[in-house]
Design a binder for this molecule. Structure first.
Ligand code: HEC
Length: 144
């Protein structure tokens, strides 16, 4: 009897843990986004960018909606809207999926969007400086 209870608790716990891991965004994650031109992928202007300003863009001011609505409060791709999207928003905390994603790559996709995915272009609503700010915020906060 005791054994059965212990076993049931174990099974429930495993089920819960797997469920939570899934909700928090898959890792590794398939990546549909195309690569930026090589010269841009090599660019990195985060040195002089402002992560605090980037945080505000990520969590609040980006248009048409805040990045967190899709990429999540924790940067894990599990934002409220993200769940409905195929492919799913990038999970920035997944080292496996982010290892080839440079600062310049992120800059390019935020500016121009990723055709065939829910990732819209922000080049009209954000200045280049603001895009570097949000790149710096994401890389310093979520990317491991
Ligand atoms: C409507 C949902 C949505 C919003 C809002 C959104 N994204 Fe995305 N984002 C996506 C999806 C979907 C992808 C594509 C995932 C893939 O490649 O499979 C993506 C991809 C990206 C990538 C590409 C990384 C790579 O693999 O090259 C970056 C960087 C990114 N988003 C940053 C942002 C930032 C910063 C914001 C806010 C300014 C933002 N996103 C807003 C859904 C969204």
């Amino acid at each position: 009897m005791k054994k059965t209870i212990v076993l049931s608790i174990l099974v429930l716990f495993t089920w819960f843990a797997v469920g939570t891991a899934y909700a928090a965004g898959k890792c590794p994650q398939p990546r549909k986004t195309k690569n930026a031109p090589a010269n841009i992928a090599k660019m990195d202007k985060t040195g002089s960018a402002d992560a605090e300003k980037g945080k505000l863009i990520y969590a609040k001011t980006a248009k048409p909606m805040a990045c967190k609505m899709c990429h999540g409060d924790k940067g894990d791709g599990a934002g409220k809207l993200g769940a409905a999207l195929k492919p799913a928003p990038r999970n920035f905390t997944c080292a496996d999926s982010m290892k080839d994603v440079s600062a310049g790559q992120m800059f390019w996709i935020i500016k121009n969007g990723s055709p065939g995915t829910g990732m819209v272009a922000h080049g009209k609503s954000l200045s280049d400086q603001e895009i570097w700010d949000v790149v710096k915020y994401v890389r310093s906060t979520y990317v491991k």
